[in-house]
Design a protein around this ligand. Sequence first.
Ligand code: SF4
Length: 149
Amino acid sequence: MTVRLRAHHLLCMLTFVGEGYNPAFIENYRGIAKRLSAGEEIELVSGPDDICAPLLTQEKPHCVGASVIARDEAALTDVGQVLGRDISPGSIIVPDAGLLAALRGRFASGYIRQACRQCDWEALCSRIADDHFTLPASQPLLVVSGIAD
Ligand code: SF4
């Protein structure tokens, strides 16, 4: 199986602590965090992804808005720099422990946070990063221990 993620969710997955837009969204996200923690591959997609899915029944889901698409563009550039390769929809990424540590380190330093500008969750994600992703009260649910292919 492959988890389909839009680019800016490569950042959001770093700080997911079980909060979100509604119970269905959170439950779905928890399941995805569990799959990623097990090392399931990520396929980058354009537009709404597996995390967005529970929101797509809304009349006007924000997932298709221009500002969200701009977040994806920013994240493609930033995460690509961490990976050391260009990434785009269709790219496959293995969420191993090394990648997670590298992304979190760069995220906490503020180097890969262009996508976060004016996001409603920015304060929460900043607090989690400032806590070094470790304090029990803000323990992210994505914890990968596997080794890359
Ligand atoms: S601030 Fe927003 S875009 Fe950035 S990681 Fe958090 S939820 Fe994702």
